[in-house]
Design a protein around this ligand. Structure first.
Ligand code: GDP
Length: 467
C-alpha cells in the first residue's frame, strides 16, 4: 500500500472508529406540573457546561477523573420540537432579585455534545476522544395520565367521569359545565359556537379540581397543558353525563361530534405522543414533588400516589402485548427523583428517597417493570437553602437558612420530619407539614448552579455511556 493510500485508510478507519464511539442518547424528563422539570433541566445543562471546570460533581466519574474535554450546546435534530428555554431560565435565575424560571407547558428539547476521553482501556486505544450527543426532552407528566383513555370508548369514559361527580366537592365545582351541557340536546346539529364554551367550562373545572382538591389525576391531560394545541377543535369535547343518547348519531350531531373528537384526541394526541416521542426515549427521569403533596394533606398525598401509579403504567404497558403493537419501547433506565430536597435538613434526605421508593415500587410493580434498571434519589436541582445547626432549648438541632419566596426576607427554620413510608391516619393527626417556599439563591451566570445530588443522577443516567 502506498503512503497516501495508507494515510487515507487510516483516516477512514479513524472516522469509522469515531462514529462507533460517538453515540446519541435521548433522555426524557417528565413529572407532574411544578414537580421541578424546568429547574432540573436548567441545572443539569448548567452543571454539564461547567463539568470538569468549577461544577461540583464528585459522584460522576468522568468529571471527577478529569476526562471531560468539552461540552457544548448544539442544534437539535428535531426541527419540529420547540427549543428548551435555557437562556431565558438563566436570565431569570440571575436577575436581581432572582426569580424561578417559567415552568414547563409543553414539549421542548435541548441537545448537548459531550466530548470526553474514554476511561475504558479498549476504547482509549482505538481513539482518544468520543462524543455523546445528549438529547434532553422535557414534557408534562400529565400527558402520560392519558394512556388509559386508549382502552376506553367515549361512552365508557363519560361513564367514568360521571362517577367522579359523586364526589361532593367536585360536583359543586362542576356547576357551570353541567348547566351548559344540560342545555344541549345530544341529537341537535353540532355547533362549535356551543361546544367551545362548554369545553372551556369543563377545562376550568379540571383546573379548579387541581387547585381546590390538590387533584393530580386530571384527564384529559392536554386540556390543562395543551402545548401547541391550545384552542384546537380536537380539545373541544366533554364527557356526556346527561342521560341516555338516541342511537345512530354521527358527527353532524353534538354527541357524535364530541365522540369523534374524543377518538381523534386518542389517536393523534395520546397514541401520537407515544409513537412519535415516547417510543424514541432511551432513558427517563420522573420528577416527583412529594413535599408539596405532604404540605396539602392526606387527600392530596393519596392523589399523588394514584397519579404516579397511573404514570408508571406507561412503562408497564410498554412490555405488554397489545401495547407493543403501537410501538417498541426502548427505555432501559428509569430514575425517580424526589425534587426540592433543599427544603429539608440533610438528615431527612434518606427518608424522602425512601418515601418515594415506597410510592413507586408498590406491590408487584418491580417484577412487572423487569428489564428496566430503576433507581430512586432525593435531589435539589437548584439549592436555595444552606443547612446548619441551631440551639433550641439547650439542644442543638439541624436547621435551614434561605429567603422566603414572597418577600425575599431571610429565614432560619427547622422544617420537620418526612415520613419514610406511606403516612397513616395517625401520622397526619400527630404531625402537620409546613414547608416554606424559598426564593432561588442569589447567583451569577458565570457559575454553575448550586445543587444536591445531580451528579448522582448523571452517574445513573449516563454512567454506562460516558465511561
Ligand atoms: P415544572 O412545572 O415541572 O417545570 O416545575 P418548575 O421547574 O418550574 O418548578 C416549579 C417550582 O418549584 C419552581 O418555581 C420553584 O418554586 C420550585 N422548585 C423547583 N426546583 C426546586 C429546587 O431544586 N429547590 C427549591 N427550593 N425549589 C424548587
Amino acid at each position: 500500500m502506498s503512503r497516501t493510500a495508507l494515510e487515507q485508510w487510516r483516516n477512514k478507519a479513524g472516522a469509522w472508529v469515531q462514529r462507533g464511539l460517538d453515540q446519541r442518547l435521548r433522555l426524557a424528563v417528565t413529572g407532574l406540573s411544578r414537580s421541578g422539570k424546568t429547574a432540573f433541566i436548567t441545572s443539569l445543562v448548567s452543571q454539564l457546561e461547567h463539568a470538569g471546570l468549577d461544577a461540583r460533581l464528585p459522584h460522576w466519574p468522568p468529571a471527577a477523573q478529569g476526562r471531560l474535554l468539552g461540552i457544548k450546546r448544539v442544534p437539535s435534530r428535531h426541527h419540529h420540537v420547540p427549543a428548551f428555554g435555557y437562556e431565558a431560565a438563566l436570565d431569570q435565575l440571575s436577575a436581581r432579585p432572582p426569580a424561578w424560571p417559567e415552568p414547563t407547558r409543553g414539549i421542548s428539547e435541548i441537545t448537548l455534545a459531550i466530548k470526553y476521553q474514554p476511561g475504558n482501556r479498549l476504547k482509549r486505544k482505538l481513539n482518544d476522544t468520543a462524543t455523546l450527543y445528549l438529547e434532553i426532552v422535557d414534557y408534562p407528566g400529565e400527558w402520560l395520565l392519558d394512556l388509559p383513555l386508549l382502552a376506553m370508548s367515549y361512552a365508557q369514559w363519560s361513564e367514568q367521569q360521571r362517577g367522579l361527580l359523586q364526589d361532593e366537592v367536585l360536583a359543586a365545582l362542576a356547576g357551570p359545565w353541567l348547566q351548559a351541557g344540560a342545555a344541549i340536546a345530544p341529537d341537535s346539529p353540532a355547533d362549535d359556537a356551543r361546544l367551545a364554551p362548554l369545553a372551556a367550562a369543563y377545562t376550568r373545572w379540571l383546573l379548579d379540581s387541581k387547585r381546590e382538591r390538590g387533584a393530580y389525576l386530571v384527564q384529559p391531560g392536554r386540556f390543562v397543558l395543551p402545548g401547541e394545541y391550545q384552542g384546537a377543535p380536537m380539545l373541544q369535547f366533554v364527557p356526556w353525563v346527561w342521560g341516555t343518547v338516541p342511537a345512530g348519531l354521527d358527527d353532524r350531531h353534538h354527541y357524535g361530534m364530541m365522540e369523534a373528537r374524543f377518538e381523534h384526541y386518542k389517536k393523534h394526541l395520546v397514541a401520537g405522543f407515544y409513537r412519535d416521542f415516547f417510543a424514541g426515549f432511551d432513558r427517563q427521569i420522573v420528577l416527583v414533588d412529594c413535599l408539596t403533596a405532604l404540605n396539602r394533606g392526606p387527600d392530596s398525598f393519596a392523589e399523588l400516589s394514584r397519579a404516579l401509579n397511573a404514570i408508571l403504567q406507561s412503562f408497564e404497558y410498554g412490555k405488554s402485548g397489545w401495547w407493543q403493537r403501537l410501538f417498541a419501547p426502548r427505555i432501559d433506565k428509569l430514575l425517580f427523583a424526589a425534587t426540592k430536597a433543599d427544603h429539608l435538613t440533610p438528615d431527612q434526605h434518606g427518608r424522602l428517597a425512601r418515601l418515594l421508593n415506597t410510592l413507586v415500587r408498590g406491590g408487584h410493580r418491580q417484577a412487572r417493570l423487569a428489564g428496566i434498571d430503576i433507581h430512586t434519589l432525593a435531589l435539589a436541582s437548584i439549592k436555595a437553602t444552606s443547612s446548619g445547626q441551631v440551639s433550641h432549648r439547650g439542644d442543638t438541632i439541624p436547621a435551614l437558612q434561605g429567603r422566603r419566596l414572597d418577600d425575599f426576607e431571610p429565614v432560619t427554620l427547622y422544617p420537620g420530619e418526612v415520613p419514610e413510608s406511606l403516612p397513616d391516619a395517625e401520622f397526619w393527626q400527630r404531625q402537620g407539614f409546613d414547608f416554606t417556599e424559598f426564593a432561588p439563591p442569589q447567583w451569577h451566570k458565570d457559575q454553575p448552579l448550586p445543587h444536591l445530588r445531580l451528579d448522582q443522577a448523571l452517574a445513573f443516567l449516563l454512567g454506562d455511556k460516558v465511561s
